[in-house]
Design a protein around this ligand. Structure first.
Ligand code: F6P
Length: 536
């Protein structure tokens, strides 16, 4: 805890009692003051429990944590993922061809564009019906098999950009090792019209490899044992060429990426192949343009006019000073229905860390829990708690000026009116006197009071285009980075997921080999025995 932190803490104790009603009342220019535009997005953060002093303390904290230097190190390809000895260079995935970004003395930009070109060739071949299945019929169904970053990005992007997709093609996504996921995904599909994309950075992930083998069996059931015929129905997205070959996918059907791309930062690497097939190479390149525009904004805008920096610092403000444990992501766009799920991995796998970069235990809360649902559905479910519950839950409202499906009954206006109204209700509430003036009985009045002072950001954009999606994702990536810098943690590793994987492997072996003596705790032993007895 440094001086900047202590100064912010003192400021919190002095200022945190202020109500948003008063902050707005004394400052008519508040909305204009707390507003940033960049990369096609407008951020209104005036409904946050801050004033000019708060901002200067937060920015001082960011500077004292070396945010600017850390950011430069990321853009320069330094090995900032120190616990894995790797760079974290997702920004290179969307860098223009003319850029030079070096890792270990080698410019990685040409390789990025080479893979993009190969992806575009495949996307065009499928969309123009030139990629044929084993019976000579064109591919109509694309099934992405992957999990975590190899699934959440592709499925989120497909749903988000569905409006731009080739509607002759069917897209399905298989992630869970529960066979049901696979069985339901291929239900009704013709094997000879189906292409499986096996997406796995490591090509060793249990869920993905199990599903990939089931896919091969499913195909072989129709195509027979001719491995060449089967191979035509598989492509791989990976960093592990040997494992891809061993699986039987020819090298020219592997689309590579690199160890400097983290799984949850990979939706715009080769992992985005399903997205590119869906929306076509041109729209895909517009999406990359949106990512890049936000990268430039993050790198160059002054900290006090920098959207990801301000959003990240606000998360720190609530998590560490107000004790908020969660952040709600509320897109008022049905196409963004998987965006909260996508952000859960991006934010929580990145910043759910308990030690600093040098391995010391942190003595302050790190990554909050991210969750959410599209509006207006959430309003009829959990918003009650956000308005009147005992927890302080900062909310991100995301809304667009235009619908992609224009209607004659004003759906879009109702949709956006709700987003705006919810932010207003959260901030200003309904005080007791107003409730009484409205004629509510004394007994009922307290139940109808909304205390307000509940913070939210409003993120606005013209329309949900590929570029808008790219810049939105990059906005959150860099906000996560900003938080990690302040917390002095590594947002690019995920050691916490390893133990569960190892234990699951051991338990699976023990279940199968019933003669193995169980040496876990009594509860784990009992669960294994229960399953052995029931799964016969
Ligand atoms: O288990 C966590 C994780 O390693 C994620 O970080 C990653 O996105 C996911 O598994 C899938 O990994 P892979 O792409 O190597 O199959």
């Amino acid at each position: 805890m440094n001086d900047a932190w202590r100064a912010l803490e003192a400021h919190y104790h002095e200022s945190s009692g202020a109500h948003l009603r008063d902050l707005f009342a004394v400052d008519p220019g508040r909305a204009a003051r707390y507003r940033i535009e960049g990369a096609g997005w407008l951020l209104d953060y005036s409904k946050h429990r801050i004033n000019q002093e708060t901002l200067s303390y937060l920015l001082a904290l960011a500077r004292s944590s070396g945010l600017e230097e850390r950011r430069e190190n990321m853009f320069k390809g330094e090995k900032i993922n120190s616990t894995e000895g790797r760079a974290a260079l997702h920004i290179a995935l969307r860098a223009p061809r003319s850029s030079v970004i070096q890792v270990d003395g080698t410019d990685v930009v040409p390789s990025v564009h080479r893979v993009l070109e190969r992806m575009a060739e495949l996307a065009r071949a499928i969309r123009e019906e030139r990629w044929l299945g084993f019976s000579g019929r064109p591919i109509r169904n694309i099934v992405n098999i992957g999990i975590g970053g190899s699934d959440l990005g592709p499925v989120m992007a497909y749903e988000a950009l569905r409006h731009y997709s080739d509607r002759r093609l069917t897209f399905r996504f298989v992630s869970n090792v529960d066979y049901t996921d696979f069985a339901e995904a291929v239900r009704g599909l013709r094997p000879d019209e189906t292409l499986f994309i096996v997406a796995s950075k490591t090509f060793t992930t249990l869920e993905t490899m199990t599903n990939a083998h089931s896919a091969r069996d499913w195909l072989a059931g129709s195509a027979g044992s001719d491995s060449k015929a089967v191979a035509r129905h598989f492509v791989a997205l990976s960093t592990n060429a040997d494992a891809v070959n061993a699986f039987g996918i020819p090298t020219d059907q592997m689309y590579e990426f690199w160890d400097w791309v983290g799984g949850r930062y990979s939706m715009d690497s080769a992992i985005g192949l399903s997205t590119m097939i869906a929306i076509g190479p041109q729209c895909y390149s517009e999406m990359l343009g949106g990512f890049h525009a936000m990268d430039e904004h993050f790198r160059n805008a002054p900290l006090d006019k920098n959207m990801p920096v301000i959003m990240g610092l606000l998360n720190v403000w609530y998590a560490d000073f107000f004790g908020s444990e969660t952040v709600a992501i509320l897109p008022y766009a049905q196409y963004l229905k998987r965006f909260p799920a996508y952000l859960q991995q991006l934010t929580m796998e990145s910043n759910g860390k308990h030690v600093t970069l040098s391995g010391q235990p942190v003595d302050y809360p790190t990554g909050p829990i991210f969750w959410g649902e599209p509006g207006t559905n959430g309003q009829h479910s959990f918003y009650q708690l956000i308005h009147q519950g005992t927890q302080l839950i900062p909310c991100d409202f995301i809304a667009f000026g235009h619908s992609l499906n224009p209607d004659t009954r004003g759906h879009h206006t109702f949709l956006i009116a709700n987003a705006i109204a919810q932010a207003e209700a959260l901030a200003f509430g309904r005080p007791l006197q107003k409730v009484i003036d409205e004629g509510t009985s004394a007994g009922l009045a307290p139940h109808r009071v909304l205390e307000g002072n509940r913070p939210s950001s409003l993120l606005l954009c013209e329309r949900l285009s590929p570029a808008a999606l790219g810049s939105l994702v990059a906005l959150y990536e860099h906000s996560v980075f900003t938080q990690a810098a302040v917390w002095d943690i590594n947002p690019f590793d995920q050691w916490g997921v390893e133990l569960g994987k190892q234990l699951a492997k051991r338990v699976a072996e023990e279940i199968v080999s019933t003669d193995k003596i169980l040496q876990h705790d009594s509860s784990t032993n009992a669960a294994i025995e229960w399953y052995r007895a029931h799964h016969r």
